[in-house]
Design a protein around this ligand. Structure first.
Ligand code: FES
Ligand code: FES
Length: 212
């Protein structure tokens, strides 16, 4: 298939790419530019894990062909730390990222990059949203872990910081939601809940032999 030359400015850096017309933007971002912070959950526009900030809007990059984004300015989650608002809070992070960390707005983290980009689009357009407006803005982003409560609090935290208000105390720092201990092998941290969804039996063998 004939390839087409496109130019994408991602996180402030211009990239010239040759892509097939059928290539999705999410695949160009992840595979051609190695920016794997943008996730793929469904490839059908339902989950929002692939959301990026493109030309002032939150866009699901699995519903956009790379050629449609030619000439666009895109921010992915990797670019949030370089945003002018980064460092407004207690860390070098963007207040939205800090809000997710401080308010325990993630568990497995799969939805988080897309949530952060949807929150960014909201706060650029509406710097002091109501809870209802926050919930509406993330209605295209699915989270299978958190029940959304702490995601809403994370975005409210960011709005507080960005509007010069004192954000609420972090339940993470103050022990209401204990931070998970890092796994001893340096791998995925495990939580300590009795019904932890990550507490899988790694020795389990499925009945009927070795399924490859
Ligand atoms: S991967 Fe794009 S919406 Fe799910
Ligand atoms: S934190 Fe796991 S999907 Fe949202």
């Amino acid at each position: 298939m004939t390839k087409k030359e496109i130019s994408l400015t991602i996180n402030g850096t211009e990239h010239e790419l040759e892509v097939e017309p059928r290539k999705l933007l999410v695949h160009a971002i992840r595979e051609d530019l190695d920016l794997t912070g943008t996730h793929i959950g469904c490839d059908t526009g339902n989950c929002g894990a692939c959301t990026v900030y493109m030309d002032g809007q939150a866009v699901k990059s699995c519903l956009t062909f790379a050629v449609q984004a030619d000439g666009s300015e895109i921010t992915t989650v990797e670019g949030m730390e370089d945003h002018p608002d980064a460092g407004m809070g207690e860390s070098d992070l963007h207040p939205i990222q800090e809000g997710f960390r401080e308010m325990h707005g993630l568990q497995c983290g799969y939805c988080t990059p897309g949530m952060i980009m949807s929150a960014r689009a909201l706060l650029e357009e509406n710097p002091d949203p109501t809870e209802e407006e926050i919930r509406e803005s993330i209605s295209g982003n699915l989270c299978r872990c958190t029940g959304y409560q702490n995601i809403v609090k994370a975005i409210q935290y960011a709005a507080d910081v960005m509007n010069g208000r004192e954000p609420p105390e972090s339940p993470v720092e103050h022990g209401e939601a204990a931070e998970p201990e890092a796994a001893s092998d340096g791998g995925t941290p495990m939580c300590e809940a009795d019904d932890c969804c990550m507490d899988v039996d790694t020795d389990f063998e499925p009945p009927g032999g070795d399924h490859k």
